[in-house]
Write a protein that binds this ligand. Structure first.
Ligand code: BGC
Length: 758
């Protein structure tokens, strides 16, 4: 802690300190003129700047300055390219500098538990590794420009329904491995200047008062040193919040709680040191922002528009391409259908919404092309059937070489503030796709949506491109992908299930009243579909290319290791085609431990790399794996633990398709010490060699006494099946006392337990 800040805190009155721990308006921290402490401004994003137009006093929160809209978070994750994401961060960091913004309120890093969450487009993935790595890259990019970020919404804020009061209830392992993991990776790898605590409760405790998560885990375990701010209006009890480690309440709540906090300090309910600690962190943030501000940075919006286009190109996912219908050739007559061709859906609604000055539509990108016909077919705004438009589109489809149908979710279907009701596209769009596919065999569907949709027509069209919410460069990027000027290289950062009912959270999503039980546990997204072998529409990690990539030799630098060592894995990737392109190499780890008692996912993503390969080029990709590739969160130990055994290191096309693998045997540096008690069972004890040796005489006595003496009634054997040793397997230490006809005493048992636990 900066000693200047410490001495500054000493000069502040109690009231001033309390005021510093709250905003002064919607976007600023509080200034203390008496001591020349300035205020700094934060602003929304993070797919661009949503900076409130301060010139316009009547503008309200929705009036933001004109800005550039980059692809949404889901797109950035779909790029599977941390360099690209870092670059987006740098670009937005420059914009923040130019606008004198201390921190941008993002990235959103919550796990996509269900396709229905209204804010899924603002989040990266269903997988904590991909999500955490993408968030870290974004944060490092922004912060490299001397601007802060606010990693949000911390944590387990996976739905919009009752978002201020819902209680996300889950077991510790699920919390650690999935819902905290995504944040843990980001915090450890990028040290965001600020973290934003979420609205909801986690296991009964409001996040803005959750000391275990905000302080014990975030700061003490992960080493976070920045500021914790509340989501807008997320404070319930500011006194408890300050004690729990919530430094800054946002926005200004017009002093609603200030007096309460002052009184709490005066009457000893709140320790003044707790308040001082929060004030210090607020001041550190303010002065860090002031120190890092660079007046000379200018924001060239035209240049950034071109960057937005380039980034969009990196995120487009080619889901299907039969008969090589794509790319479209320049001499082919093509019909574009859909309101989205004219008015694209390229961003989501709510606090991330950017006031764009310049949006490329696909029709704009196709200007002057004499081989193009356009039919609206349906409106982009709603689900209304207009017979004239519909029929005219179907009619036009008969006379062209290929049809591109732009489909997607209207703005009103997904936004911050509410969840989707279903996973379907508007009916008129599904009907039109079917009708057009009846009259033309070469239909290409381009999707604009923030989260998975059902595709009842999937087998009737030849190609599908998922552009998600591609930002303001959407039109040019999409046309370039359609015509092969760019080679699609995105991969799905989430599973597209066949039906909403297949989603693991289907029954519990939204919850009854305020309680939302995460009963699917760690089996989120592909962890569930692969475990239950449930067929999906498109798996996590899926995405095609116009190139043809194959994989060659795979190597590992060892085939047995301790978990405090690292493993280097390499694999050769070859572009067998004439088309240069980018491949996403995905590495998953699959535990191969027969008879394990630990419920594990079939495989989990533990590495990915995006590489560019010229035609017929070859490259070797390498990955370094450490303990985090093998360990699960062990609730007995309250720590990560590697179960000894074999692990398959798999190079995959996607979460379901293994291309090649090798096996490594891993043992923990420190083997788990089992703790035994009166309910420990014979089987578990006998599987632990050290314990088996100690406990053998105890069990032998029991066996001899009960099964090999007069006490053993032959008919018992019949009653329990022929083999009494099977029955023995589940026998607890205390059962032995209870059932040994007084031959084995309670003291025998407690002596044994003492020896076992030594
Ligand atoms: C959202 C945050 C956002 C904040 C400020 C809240 O409603 O949940 O993501 O940063 O408002 O607009």
């Amino acid at each position: 802690m900066d000693s200047k800040i410490k001495s500054l805190v000493k000069k502040l009155t109690l009231e001033e300190k309390v005021s510093l721990c709250s905003g002064s308006d919607f976007w600023h921290t509080t200034a203390i003129d008496r001591l020349d402490i300035p205020a700094v401004m934060v602003c929304d994003g993070p797919s661009g700047l949503r900076k409130q137009n301060l010139e316009d006093e009547n503008g309200g929160v929705n009036n933001s300055i004109k800005a550039v809209c980059f692809p949404a978070a889901v797109n950035l994750a779909a790029s599977f390219d941390t360099d690209i994401v870092h670059f987006v961060g740098e670009t937005i960091g420059d914009e923040c500098q130019a606008e004198n913004i201390a921190a941008i309120l993002g990235p959103g890093n919550n796990i996509k538990r269900s396709p229905l969450c209204g804010r899924n487009f603002e989040y990266y993935s269903e997988d904590p590794y991909l999500s955490g790595k993408t968030a870290a890259a974004f944060i490092n990019g922004v912060q490299s420009k001397g601007v802060g970020t606010s990693l949000k919404h911390f944590c387990a804020n996976n739905q919009e329904f009752r978002r201020n009061s819902s209680d996300s209830r889950m077991d510790e392992r699920t919390l650690r491995e999935i819902y905290l993991k995504t944040f843990e990776i980001a915090v450890r790898e990028s040290q965001p200047w600020t973290v934003m605590c979420s609205y909801n409760l986690v296991n009964g405790i409001q996040m803005s008062e959750n000391k275990k998560i905000l302080t014990d885990i975030l700061r003490n375990e992960w080493g976070f040193t920045g500021l914790v701010m509340s989501d807008w209006g997320a404070v319930r009890d500011r006194i408890k919040g300050i004690a729990a480690g919530l430094d800054l309440e946002m926005p200004y709540s017009f002093g609603a709680y200030d007096e309460l906090v002052v009184n709490a300090v005066k009457n000893g309910e709140l320790a003044e040191e707790d308040l001082d600690r929060c004030v210090e962190r607020v001041l550190e943030f303010v002065y860090k922002a002031i120190r890092s501000h660079d007046d000379d940075v200018v924001w060239d919006k035209d240049k950034h528009h071109l960057i937005a286009r380039d980034i969009a190109s990196e995120c487009i996912v080619l889901l299907k391409n039969e008969e090589r219908v794509l790319p479209i050739k320049n001499d082919e007559y093509v019909l574009f259908i859909g309101g989205f061709a004219k008015k694209p859906r390229f961003q989501g609604g709510g606090s991330s919404h950017i006031n764009c000055g310049n949006v490329d539509s696909v029709l704009y990108a196709m200007q002057g092309n004499t081989k193009l016909v356009y039919e609206e077919g349906y409106s982009a705004e709603d689900d209304l059937y207009d017979a004239k438009k519909f029929d005219s589109a179907v009619q036009a489809a008969r006379d062209v070489d290929k049809v591109v149908l732009f489909a997607g979710l209207p703005d009103s279907y997904e936004s911050e503030g509410y969840d989707r009701q279903h996973m379907d596209l508007p009916k008129v769009q599904n009907d039109l796709i079917e009708a057009v596919a009846e009259v033309n065999p070469h239909v290409i569907v381009v999707l604009e949506n923030g989260s998975p949709v059902t595709m009842p027509w999937v087998d009737k069209v030849e190609a599908i491109i998922e552009t998600y919410l591609c930002g303001e460069g959407v039109g040019v990027a999409t046309v370039n992908a359609l015509y092969g000027k760019i080679n699609p290289s995105g991969r799905l950062p989430e599973t597209f299930p066949l039906r909403l009912e297949d989603n693991p959270a289907f029954i519990d999503f939204s919850g009854d009243s305020t309680n939302v039980d995460y009963r699917e546990g760690i089996f989120v997204g592909y962890r569930y579909y692969t475990k239950k072998k449930i067929p999906v529409l498109f798996p996590f990690g899926h995405g095609l290319s116009y190139s043809n990539f194959t994989y060659g030799r795979m190597t590992m630098d060892t085939d047995s290791m301790k978990d405090d060592e690292t493993l280097e894995v390499t694999v050769d990737v070859i572009n067998e085609s004439n088309i240069p392109g980018k491949e996403v190499v995905q590495l998953y780890v699959e535990p191969d431990i027969p008879n394990t008692k630990i419920r594990r996912a079939v495989r989990e993503l533990k590495g990915f790399a995006k590489i560019y390969l010229e035609a017929h080029d070859k490259q070797t990709v390498s990955f370094i794996l450490d303990k985090s590739a093998f360990a699960y969160y062990d609730t007995d130990l309250s720590d990560w633990y590697t179960e000894p055994g074999n692990y398959k290191i798999e190079i995959c096309k996607n979460a379901e398709e293994v291309i090649t693998y090798k096996t490594v045997s891993v043992i923990p540096k420190k083997p788990k010490k089992h703790v035994y008690d009166e309910n420990s069972i014979y089987k578990d004890i006998m599987e632990d060699p050290a314990a088996a040796k100690i406990a053998k005489p105890y069990f032998d006595k029991y066996i001899n006494n009960n099964f090999a003496s007069d006490n053993f009634d032959e008919s018992a054997s019949e009653a329990f099946g022929s083999d009494m040793t099977v029955y023995l397997q589940d026998t607890t230490l205390r059962t032995v006392v209870n059932m040994s006809f007084g031959k084995i005493t309670y003291k025998d048992m407690t002596d044994l337990i003492d020896k076992l636990n030594k």
